[in-house]
Write a protein that binds this ligand. Structure first.
Ligand code: FES
Length: 123
């Protein structure tokens, strides 16, 4: 049996869009970059554990979390790439050793597109 599971039709996630979804008890940010790649990142920020969409201003679209193909946490400005690495911490904040070493700090899930579906694999 394939480890890949259908998540949603590919056409339902357009470039620049971010969706908050639940999958197997996990809260994910599912998004499509400007390059057309689909990615899935834990919706809770590894900095202080905040649910990132809840830091948006009232009325602000969840897609505002996506900047230059990276997820930007609205609480303290950390940014994360598609591999879960923190790519930016604003000046004056402590930089954890894992970030300094370029190691992943946010959980990500493998995605692929096949047969018109976005598919996800457990990690
Ligand atoms: S909680 Fe996300 S940057 Fe602090």
């Amino acid at each position: 049996m394939s480890k890949w599971q259908d998540l949603m039709p590919s056409a339902e996630l357009v470039v620049g869009q971010v969706m908050a979804i639940s999958w197997q008890g996990e809260d994910l940010l599912l998004y499509r970059t400007a390059q057309g790649e689909c990615r899935a990142l834990n919706a809770y920020c590894p900095h202080m554990g905040n649910y990132m969409p809840s830091g948006l201003a009232p009325g602000q679209s969840i897609s505002a979390l996506l900047r230059d193909s990276e997820i930007h946490c609205p609480f303290h400005g950390w940014s994360f790439d598609g591999l879960g690495r923190c790519t930016h911490i604003p000046a004056g904040q402590r930089v954890p050793p894992a970030v300094r070493k370029g190691q992943p700090v946010a959980r990500c899930w493998p995605l692929r597109e096949s047969g018109g579906q976005i598919q996800i694999a457990p990690v």
